[in-house]
Design a protein around this ligand. Structure first.
Ligand code: ZN
Length: 257
């Protein structure tokens, strides 16, 4: 059984955002804005949270179980050493509050990936701390809300593309466009195309130490991309592809030979 863990920032779903301690420095207007849009996010995620949508998508498979769910509010405990050691693949969705994730948590995630854990960064997680630590570039890009995406597969023999249509049409998705400041991917699997003619490297894999990183672009908080059967299949395939418990190391060391 593949052990998955989901980290979701879990801010934009909260109609009670004003009660979150870590948002207090953001000002009343910003907090009101988040709470005001929460209804729209919840309409896209009727189970109540992005992590709940993702959990349902993964658990359609008999061989994947979500062992842990972590949110920003208690991330220090919920992504502890013990939790990460009990995780084959970590999925990470974040957007507004990347900076609120403690550096120690980001470094812990990076270390576990280098020692063999898989990590999937979703959509606006492109700017999160652990992705920056693992890739070493700014991961900046161009964006525009309110677009449509055609997700073209450019590696049909790749395990992440197994059973996925050659072109997946997403009726509503946010445009993410080049230049996307990432290291050249070790494996490029999907290219996104948008109405303005923009293109984007929407599905990329990098090897980092004994682990793998997958970045997957669809998944804006107010759209239903994670309900598209092909997107769900991509997430499920990616969890399988990134899971390598047999490679996992307790620590990394230079060996005198
Ligand atoms: Zn977005």
């Amino acid at each position: 059984m593949i052990r998955a863990t989901i980290y979701n920032e879990y801010v934009q779903e909260r109609t009670d955002a004003a009660s979150l301690d870590f948002l207090q420095g953001w000002g009343e207007e910003a907090i009101r804005g988040i709470a005001g849009r929460a209804g729209e996010v919840l309409r896209a995620h009727p189970a109540g949270a992005i992590h709940a949508t993702l959990k349902q998508a993964l658990e359609e498979c008999d061989d994947i179980r979500v062992r842990h769910i972590a949110t920003l509010e208690h991330v220090e405990q919920e992504l502890s050493e013990e939790v990460l050691a009990d995780t084959d693949v970590l999925l990470w969705w974040g957007h507004l509050a990347h900076e609120q994730v403690p550096d120690a948590v980001a470094m812990r995630v990076r270390d576990h990936v280098q020692r063999g854990m898989g990590v999937i960064f979703l959509h606006s997680a492109h700017m999160c701390k652990p992705m920056g630590l693992l890739l070493g570039t700014s991961c900046t890009l161009r964006w525009r809300e309110g677009d449509q995406e055609r997700l073209w597969c450019c590696a049909p023999a790749h395990p992440i593309a197994r059973g996925v249509a050659p072109c997946v049409f997403l009726e509503e998705e946010e445009m993410y466009g080049e230049f996307f400041d990432i290291p050249t991917p070790d494996e490029l699997i999907f290219l996104g195309a948008f109405r303005g003619g923009e293109v984007f490297r929407s599905g990329c894999v990098w090897n980092r130490g004994y682990g793998k990183v997958f970045y997957f672009q669809p998944g804006h908080e107010t759209y239903r991309s994670y309900f598209h059967p092909d997107v769900r299949r991509i997430l499920q395939n990616a969890v399988r592809y990134l899971s390598h418990p047999e490679l996992r190391r307790d620590r990394l060391e230079c060996l005198a030979v």
